[in-house]
Write a protein that binds this ligand. Structure first.
Ligand SMILES: Cc1cc2nc3c(=O)[nH]c(=O)nc-3n(C[C@H](O)[C@H](O)[C@H](O)COP(=O)(O)OP(=O)(O)OC[C@H]3O[C@@H](n4cnc5c(N)ncnc54)[C@H](O)[C@@H]3O)c2cc1C
Ligand SMILES: NC(=O)c1ccc[n+]([C@@H]2O[C@H](COP(=O)([O-])OP(=O)(O)OC[C@H]3O[C@@H](n4cnc5c(N)ncnc54)[C@H](OP(=O)(O)O)[C@@H]3O)[C@@H](O)[C@H]2O)c1
Length: 389
């Protein structure tokens, strides 16, 4: 029963303060899909209760969530290994537990570790490709091969590779907590934290896969507590309360900006604030539309620009909206605006950075080197802040 195990993970003593090693067992108050049913995305709004925890956070910070693995995957691993789950093994702190419990909540059971792959290759009667790819010179090829592969695939593919339970867990990595940007202000929602989370599910090599923590929250937490602990960061509101701010947050990247806007309203901040939001489709994915339009109407937000990438034949992204309003972006920066970016690190944050440099050249009349210098100055003055993942 995953609910019982999750409870056990976070049972706190009355005297111990909650900490990274003793996360607070938060009650899930709300788990709501933000997209309409016809959307390609499953983005959730979660609300967790921090009541009685004594924990707090600042807007712009994150919380760490300690997930439990999917019990169906644990069952499949046990079956494939020919184990019944009651075998004694050490957990990730060396404390005795059962194999099933350890696979549920102590170890990472999706991404294979190099030492696990090596052990499979050594024991399997025939694993020529794996053996070849484990050559350090083939690291790049191994990474390509591993994309979308999970540990279960290798065990099914190599049934001759046998493991004792304790030996198997010794080859696994520790199950890590996942970070999520807070999407609310304690001033607006005392004792509560809101999160905006993309539920990771995909199909690879003919199997349905689930992101560990996002599906733990979406599907396996209705009754059990969610182990949570705040994580500090420097992604805060401007220290200068008069300074304008530009916020670029497509998709789940909008989370900290919703928190910023709630905080601005709570403290009565009247400096200029501009939000660029992007999503696939206006009709199905413009989450928090009413909230943002209300912030706009009430003056807590000065300007809202949206980019819906799939509402037309060609892609329109937040950086295209920035370039379309380049003169104004430059004016705001010149007035001392803070520039915030949150969301996807792989592509979006890089493209937004390139658009920013383009604007500096076009509108500020700067050379490439001068624009780069301007960005360095923004960073040194802590006016260019990124929370990307
Ligand atoms: C500071 C910070 C703040 C964050 N804030 C947020 C937030 O507000 N909202 C949010 O949703 N996330 C946020 N994240 C990301 C979050 O921490 C998790 O990484 C995310 O939820 C995925 O975790 P998971 O356990 O569900 O998936 P995991 O089990 O960790 O699986 C994710 C992995 O699956 C693989 N994968 C995913 N899709 C595919 C595919 N199509 N094909 C093949 N492989 C694939 C990739 O290897 C990927 O890294 C933040 C991260 C950081 C560091
Ligand atoms: N590392 C992690 O753990 C983690 C966690 C969550 C999300 N992510 C990744 O972050 C990305 C965003 O996820 P999300 O759910 O927050 O948002 P999302 O809804 O997937 O994307 C938001 C918007 O950003 C657009 N976009 C795509 N590429 C872009 C680019 N280069 N520049 C600007 N906008 C771009 C999307 O357009 P199109 O989709 O139409 O191209 C969409 O309109 C995904 O790729 C996801 O895999 C990673």
């Amino acid at each position: 029963m995953p609910n019982e195990t999750a409870t056990a993970t976070v049972t706190a003593t009355a005297t111990a303060p909650y900490s990274r090693t003793n996360p607070f067992p938060a009650k899930m108050l709300v788990n709501r899909r933000l997209n309409s049913p016809d959307s390609e995305k499953d983005t959730r709004h979660f609300e967790l209760s921090l009541e009685g925890s004594g924990l707090s956070y600042e807007v712009g910070e994150s919380v760490a969530i300690y997930p439990t693995n999917c019990p169906d995957l644990v069952d499949e691993l046990l079956q494939t290994l020919g184990a019944n789950g009651n075998e004694p093994v050490p957990n990730n702190r060396g404390v005795p537990t059962t194999f099933r419990e350890a696979l549920l909540r102590d170890y990472s059971i999706t991404q294979p570790t190099p030492r696990m792959l090596r052990a499979i290759a050594e024991r399997a009667s025939a694993a020529p490709l794996l053996n070849e790819l484990l050559d350090p010179a083939r690291k790049q090829d191994l990474d390509t091969y591993l994309y979308g592969m999970e540990m279960i695939d290798f065990l099914i593919e190599h049934p001759s590779a046998k493991f004792e339970a304790a030996e198997f867990v010794s080859l696994l990595a520790k199950l890590q907590p996942r970070l999520y940007s807070v999407a609310s202000s304690l001033k607006a929602y005392p004792d509560t934290v809101h999160l905006i989370i993309d539920v990771v599910t995909y199909e690879s090599h003919g199997r349905k896969r689930k992101g560990v923590c996002s599906t733990f929250l979406a599907d396996r937490c209705s009754e059990c507590p969610v182990p949570v602990y705040p994580s500090k960061s420097k992604f805060h509101l401007p220290e200068d309360s008069e300074a304008p701010m530009i916020m670029v947050g497509p998709g789940t990247g909008v989370a900290p900006f919703r928190a910023f806007l709630q905080e601005r309203k709570a403290v009565g901040a009247r400096s200029k604030a501009w939000l660029f939001f992007g999503a696939q489709r206006e009709k199905s994915d413009f989450y928090y539309r009413e909230e943002f339009e209300q912030f706009l109407a009430d003056g807590w937000l000065t300007r809202l620009d949206t980019a819906f990438s799939r509402d037309q034949a060609h892609k329109i992204y937040v950086q295209h909206r920035m370039l379309g309003a380049a003169g104004e972006v430059w004016k705001w920066l010149d007035e001392g605006a803070y520039f915030y970016v949150c969301g996807d690190a792989k592509r979006m944050a890089k493209d937004v950075d390139a658009a920013l440099r383009q604007i500096l050249q076009q509108q500020g009349g700067l050379s490439v080197e001068e624009a780069n210098g301007y960005v360095e100055k923004l960073k040194n003055e802590k006016r260019y802040r990124r929370d990307v993942y």
